[in-house]
Design a protein around this ligand. Structure first.
Ligand code: URA
Length: 276
């Protein structure tokens, strides 16, 4: 018999409690679980979830959590490729063969994105690193392993998520993307978001957060609150990039708080698509 229970908000919880605890422990985060229930094997999964279910009040859009709307850059003004009418296949082809910025000279391949093209969760990173450049898939290296743990810690599976980067080509030596490069590449991500129509976006790191929100505010300022992306006002939560967390493990607790916030926001959206 399955021990997996639905959460009070009807979200299937796929990872077992032990798996989630393991993920969090690997992230360096230890959660509190009622010992008696754990010992007796009668743990109710949703009860022990480290992500508290939000109260029904729309607290998350109160004055202290200021929504921001990203100013959409016009694709054709920053990229010679007009992506606005492309479907998934044509868009992927365009990314893989893109020569819009000088990075195509040094990359192995364009890294499009990976995951379920009907996913409700979108995670956006910065740019492919060495492993991603070689394998053609985002987040397959060390940062990707931590991202996997973060995903599993939220009780989600990779198949429920779509993952993409702001930049589709690896900057040499993993340097910070140049403005010319992100300007050329952003229309691809914007079109991916249009096609995916996610219900929530998790921006991992300052490059993703700043470009999606069209702001120069630091990730320390952007994280920990609800933003909105684009005309559809898709809920967006920014958090630290997994690579940064590998370098600064003491910040993992804040990242976990951000994931919990995203989870709570996601489950506060009524199924009929009404706003919070
Ligand atoms: N870092 C990112 O931002 N994206 C990747 O795909 C890999 C590492």
């Amino acid at each position: 018999m399955s021990h997996l229970l639905d959460s009070p908000l009807d979200s299937p919880i796929h990872a077992t409690l032990a798996q989630r605890r393991d993920c969090l422990a690997k992230m360096g985060i230890h959660t509190w679980v009622r010992r008696a229930a754990y010992r007796s094997g009668t743990v109710v999964e949703a009860d022990a979830l480290p992500m508290p279910v939000p109260p029904p009040t729309p607290r998350l859009v109160s004055a202290e959590v200021k929504p921001m709307v990203a100013a959409q850059k016009h694709p054709s003004s920053v990229n010679p490729n007009d992506t606005s009418t492309l479907g998934w296949e044509a868009l992927e082809h365009a990314v893989k063969h893109c020569t819009a910025c000088p990075l195509h000279h040094t990359r192995t391949q364009g890294v499009f994105g990976v995951g379920n093209r009907t996913a409700e969760w979108l995670i956006v990173g910065e740019a492919p690193g060495e492993d991603e450049d070689r394998q053609g898939e985002p987040f397959v290296g060390r940062a990707g392993q931590l991202l996997d743990q973060m995903i599993r810690g939220m009780g989600l599976r990779r198949e429920e998520i779509y993952i993409a980067n702001v930049l589709k080509s690896r900057p040499p030596g993993n340097r910070t993307p140049a403005p010319l490069e992100t300007a050329a590449c952003l229309p691809y991500l914007q079109r991916q978001i249009e096609l995916l129509e996610p219900r929530i976006i998790l921006a991992a790191g300052s490059v993703a957060a700043q470009h999606l929100l069209a702001t120069s505010l630091s990730i320390g300022v952007l994280r920990g609150r609800l933003h909105r992306y684009g005309a559809q006002r898709v809920p967006l939560v920014a958090t630290y990039h997994p690579s940064y967390l590998l370098r600064s493990p003491s910040e993992k607790r804040k990242a976990w708080d951000d994931l919990r916030l995203a989870w709570r926001i996601f489950h506060s959206i009524p199924p009929d698509g009404q706003d919070l």
